[in-house]
Unconditional design. Structure first.
Length: 309
């Protein structure tokens, strides 16, 4: 997903000139755009927020809360309140989807290594990992978290949205009224462009060159998040294996969706829902959107059709 710079016929006055910075956190290119001179300090602070949450949520950093929970062998670990907060948010989507979205997918998602693997994991290993997936294995007592049944946490489907919301909270507290938080395609729009117009957000055409859009949205004051099969995948024996996993089978979800874009107010919700509704499939996604006024979805099917809720 990419931002298209806003259309403006005349030179921008000094206070609406975009100030933008890019950094690399949690394996993700993140770009923050604010408007006006003197705003760079706030962008730097957003990068510090990214750093803070990377240290809490990383599954690889031995000092992180998530790493400690995952390696505690079922014992309770006292974590930061923010860690409890994101786990609770993830749990509510797990309950709502009856486990289609499940943050205890860690053992399974670690097995499916979409960075370097060229073939699917061994079937026995998939089945062993699958029995550890179950959100009822998460136990919360204040900020003490423990896991049962061999469960391992992976918050990859909700973390970027959660962190984007934290950055927005910070920016709003500093009086910022316009800006774009883009955490690797997880977009959160603050207010509208200072010239009063909406932002334009292009939605990537699956498997096409980066920056070729299937469609463009004109939006303000909301989050736009896409989950797709073209983001991380490998091909093996003429089949495509992608990174959104079916918690019933242990294999990548098989349906007719190529990508699903969720538009809603909070980025935590947009991120979790993009994964959850992908797993639940086209009909469930469209009916979810029709029963939730504040949630819009746009689905691109494998045959290239664009379906809007
Ligand atoms: P991305 O991180 O590429 O933007 P998503 O938000 O859809 O995409 O998250 C995909 C990630 O979520 C996977 O890499 C994996 O870590 C995790 N995941 C995969 N399947 C599920 C699932 N059914 N429930 C919860 N998390 C999942
Ligand atoms: Mg997601």
């Amino acid at each position: 997903m990419f931002m298209i710079s806003s259309l403006s016929g005349c030179a921008a006055p000094w206070d609406v000139t975009p100030v933008s910075s890019t950094g690399l956190y949690f394996d993700t290119v993140i770009t923050i755009t604010l408007y006006g001179h003197g705003k760079r300090q706030y962008i730097d602070e957003c990068f510090k927020i990214a750093d803070k949450y990377e240290k809490i949520l990383s599954a690889k950093d031995p000092d992180s809360d998530i790493y400690k929970i995952n390696s505690a062998d079922g014992s309770p670990v006292t974590v930061s309140p923010e860690c409890t907060e994101i786990i609770k948010a993830a749990l509510s989507f797990a309950r709502e989807s009856d486990g289609a979205f499940d943050p205890t997918i860690g053992a399974l998602s670690t097995l499916w290594d979409f960075k370097t693997a060229t073939a699917p994991p061994n079937e026995d290993k998939i089945n062993d990992a699958l029995v550890t997936v179950g959100y009822e294995n998460i136990h919360i007592n204040g900020n003490d978290i423990s896991l049962s049944g061999g469960a391992r946490l992976d918050l990859g489907a909700i973390a970027k949205g959660f962190i984007a919301d934290k950055m927005k909270d910070y920016l709003i507290s500093q009086g910022i009224k316009s800006g774009i938080i883009n955490l690797g395609g997880n977009v959160l729009l603050i207010g509208s462009h200072p010239n009063g117009s909406s932002y334009k957000v292009g939605i990537q055409k699956p498997f096409d060159d980066e920056g070729n859009f299937a469609f463009t949205l004109e939006k303000s004051d909301c989050s736009i998040v896409t989950s797709g099969i073209y983001e991380r995948y490998f091909e093996y024996e003429n089949r495509l294996y992608h990174h959104i996993l079916d918690t019933k089978t242990g294999y990548p979800v098989e349906n007719d969706i190529s990508s699903i874009t969720v538009i809603t107010k909070k980025s935590t919700d947009a991120d979790a829902l993009s994964t959850m509704l992908f797993v639940m499939g086209r009909d469930a996604a469209l009916s979810y959107a029709s029963s939730h006024d504040d949630v819009d979805v746009v689905i691109i099917t494998k045959d290239g059709s664009i379906i809007r809720s």
